[in-house]
Design a protein around this ligand. Structure first.
Ligand code: PRP
Ligand code: URA
Length: 209
């Protein structure tokens, strides 16, 4: 599988266009973020391991496949990452959820970590770090640093909109990580916002602006 993937299903592209629009309501924004995360899950979870299981159909006994029950963790970067959690949980309801709180200092654009709360056995889990926006890459890099410091090694990063600058920075800092996005946008503007982007994901998701 490619280390960097833009997941370009027509349903995802359609929903993402609505998400980007200024006139999309907070309610619709929230629903769309979850729906897109769920649709992306089909690709993001593609390499989940399977095992053989013997079952009985009305016709005969047969050996078929089931998920091998690998331990998963979804780790949203607060706040906006929270918007993607339910969509993925609808596919893997038994996954544990950890939280990493981080905000970007508006002057320096540097991420500041303010909370880390993870499942105890995080180092044994396949981790999906989720955040709708990969802009400079600072938040994703620091979140993954934080996870690796705690022994995690099996990590994928899932976002909705990425800037080329953020993808390059994340690949450089963590070349072992698979990155999935629904769109690779044009660039960052002088304030560190993705162009065309969708604005401030946290504010749009929670209606704080
Ligand atoms: C946004 C977004 C990412 C980060 C991306 O969060 O959700 O976490 O910016 O930017 P970066 O790639 O340049 O680090 P923000 O700091 O606005 O916090 P919020 O989700 O609490 O609003
Ligand atoms: N964070 C956001 O929420 N939006 C951007 O465009 C960049 C960082």
């Amino acid at each position: 599988m490619e280390k960097f993937q833009v997941i370009q299903h027509p349903l995802i592209q359609h929903k993402l266009s609505i998400l980007r629009r200024t006139d999309t309501s907070t309610k619709a924004f929230r629903e769309l973020v979850n729906e897109i995360a769920m649709l992306m899950g089909y690709e993001v979870l593609r390499d989940l391991p399977l095992e053989d299981v013997e079952i009985e159909t009305p016709i005969t006994k047969t050996v078929q496949k089931q998920l091998a029950g690998k331990k998963l963790a979804i780790v949203p970067i607060l706040r906006a990452g929270i918007g993607m959690v339910d969509g993925l949980l609808s596919l893997v309801p038994a996954a544990k959820v950890g939280h990493i709180g981080m905000y970007r200092d508006e002057e320096t654009l540097q991420p500041v970590e303010y909370l880390v709360k993870l499942p105890e056995d995080i180092k044994h889990r396949q981790i999906f770090v989720v955040d709708p926006m990969l802009a400079t890459g600072g938040s994703a890099i620091l979140a993954i640093d934080s996870l690796k410091k705690r022994g995690a090694s099996n990590i994928k990063f899932v976002c909705l909109v990425a800037a080329p600058e953020g993808v390059a920075a994340l690949q450089k800092a963590h070349p072992d990580i698979d990155i999935f996005t629904a769109a690779l946008d044009e660039k960052l503007n002088e304030n560190g916002y993705i162009v065309p982007g969708l604005g401030d994901a946290g504010d749009r998701l929670f209606g704080t602006k």
